[in-house]
Design a protein around this ligand. Structure first.
Ligand SMILES: NCCC[C@H](NC(=O)CCC(=O)O)C(=O)O
Length: 446
């Protein structure tokens, strides 16, 4: 049996903008109200997807969500025509309005947690959409995320879809951004690592003081239960509350794993030695590479600025690993040198590829935030909606689609423009035809 790890990237939506919505995410706060360029953002994302597919990896596309979210604005009491809902909300409740315009579904590392079939009790690939309760603008995503995942992984013989966890901070769940999986081969049972920021039902455990811990232990445990993971193959790790307070709002800002490599900062975890020992013990005999980056090599601040750990660590067809890094890493001499030296060491990581994803980075989303990993056997891959898999033809179609429908500058005033809503819906309706998703959006179901 053959298997692979596919990366499903979020396509940036037509309302991509900078609204400063994410307290605790330094980039989001510092770029609040800057003008954005949705067209450039979407094209940057597509270029990365195409490059990975050209490296011989399986690359998929997940559709963005409908924004502005008129249905939510109506739920909150704004009424009349769609144009009037937009106008009232924009005037009377600016913050709510902006939250309902965010294109944040582009960061599909937060779309869901995925467990490959080799790890689960019933031998299916399991998906649980993240409820993203900590941020109002992100809490609007899980329902439609579930629709899109079901339309992309549509075969119930292979894929099991769960409802997102209860919408409450006690079960705050941010999906794959706080989850990584180590394995010897993608198709063999692996160790699933869940990193959480706090315990919801206990006050005697460490917690950050300044910024929120978005993921709870109880949420991670619930996802592991839903997916039918065995305790022998799961490790729960408490994130270091001090790094959350420095701006590490998800674990994938400070650690990334792939196959037998865990690449992480010295300060990432509360009890690093204990966590590493448990991972090693559960992983078994096979060799594991723990690449720990010391403070003396790269500071937490530099890691946050450059997103050194929000890189994709992927295995190429020749078996070597490459790092897909944002160009910010190349522009920082300390980080660039660190990476240049890392690839000369005796580990599977042999090269670095830099990508310009600056439109996403300004909102705190690097290469790893933009993708959801799904390890698949050949039979499972054959059951994936083939229209969502990247190739020359789809790349051409999606580039044309973006060029046709997206604006190249977007400010807050533009978000209030009813014409933008019409443009976005027209674009998304066509996209569902290109990707053959059916009617996944509320405006298509009305
Ligand atoms: N995994 C990366 C997620 C980044 C995302 N940023 C945002 O939602 C910023 C949106 C804004 O500020 O306009 C977040 O913080 O959840």
């Amino acid at each position: 049996m053959q298997y692979c790890e596919a990366n499903f990237d979020g396509l940036v939506g037509p309302t991509h903008n900078y609204a400063g919505l994410s307290f605790g995410n330094v980039a989001s706060y510092s770029n609040a109200n800057a003008a954005s360029n949705p067209k450039e953002a979407a094209l940057q994302g597509l270029k990365k997807m195409k490059a990975l597919s050209e490296m011989g990896l399986v690359q998929g596309v997940l559709a963005p969500q409908e924004r502005p979210d008129i249905a939510t604005l109506r739920r909150l009491g704004f009424s009349g025509s769609d144009a009037s809902v937009l106008e009232q909300a924009g005037k009377q409740a600016r913050e709510i309005f902006l939250a309902c315009c965010s294109a944040s579904s582009m960061w599909t590392a937060n779309a869901a947690t995925v467990s490959p079939s080799a790890d689960t009790a019933n031998g299916k690939v399991h998906f649980t959409p993240a409820n993203l309760t900590n941020k109002f603008h992100r809490s609007l995503e899980p329902q439609v995320t579930g629709n899109i995942l079901k339309a992309t992984f549509a075969n119930s013989k292979y894929f099991a879809h769960h409802t997102h966890l209860p919408d409450n901070e006690h079960f705050g769940d941010e999906g794959a951004a706080n989850h990584t999986r180590l394995c010897s081969e993608y198709g063999h049972a692996g160790v699933e690592i869940f990193v959480y920021g706090r315990h919801a039902f206990r006050n005697d455990r460490p917690q950050p003081k300044k910024f929120p811990a978005r993921q709870t232990f109880e949420a991670s445990q619930a996802v592991a239960r839903l997916h039918g993971l065995s305790d022998e193959n799961v490790v729960y790790i408490l994130q270091n509350p001090d790094v959350i307070d420095q701006g590490v709002f998800h674990n994938d800002v400070i650690a990334v794993g792939n196959q037998n490599v865990l690449f992480y900062h010295q300060q990432a975890f509360h009890n690093s030695a204990g966590a590493i020992a448990e991972i090693q013990q559960k992983f078994g005999e096979q060799p594991l590479h723990f690449i720990e980056v010391k403070d003396s090599e790269v500071s937490v601040q530099d890691a946050i600025k450059t997103y050194l750990f929000n890189t994709q660590l992927v295995t190429l067809p020749d078996g070597n690993m490459t790092i897909i890094a944002p160009s910010e890493c190349q522009e920082n001499p300390v980080v660039e040198q660190y990476l240049a030296e890392l690839v000369t060491r005796n580990t599977p990581v042999k090269s670095v590829n830099y990508f310009d994803v600056k439109q996403s980075m300004r909102n705190g989303g690097g290469p790893a935030c933009l993708r959801l990993r799904v390890a698949l056997t050949d039979a499972e891959l054959a059951a994936v909606n083939p229209n969502t898999l990247m190739n020359d033809e789809l790349f051409g179609k999606l580039n044309y689609w973006v060029e046709k429908h997206y604006r190249d500058v977007l400010t807050e005033d533009d978000l209030r423009d009813p014409q933008l809503l019409t443009e976005s819906r027209t674009a998304l309706d066509q996209l569902t035809q290109i990707l053959k998703l059916g009617s996944v959006y509320p405006f298509q179901q009305a």
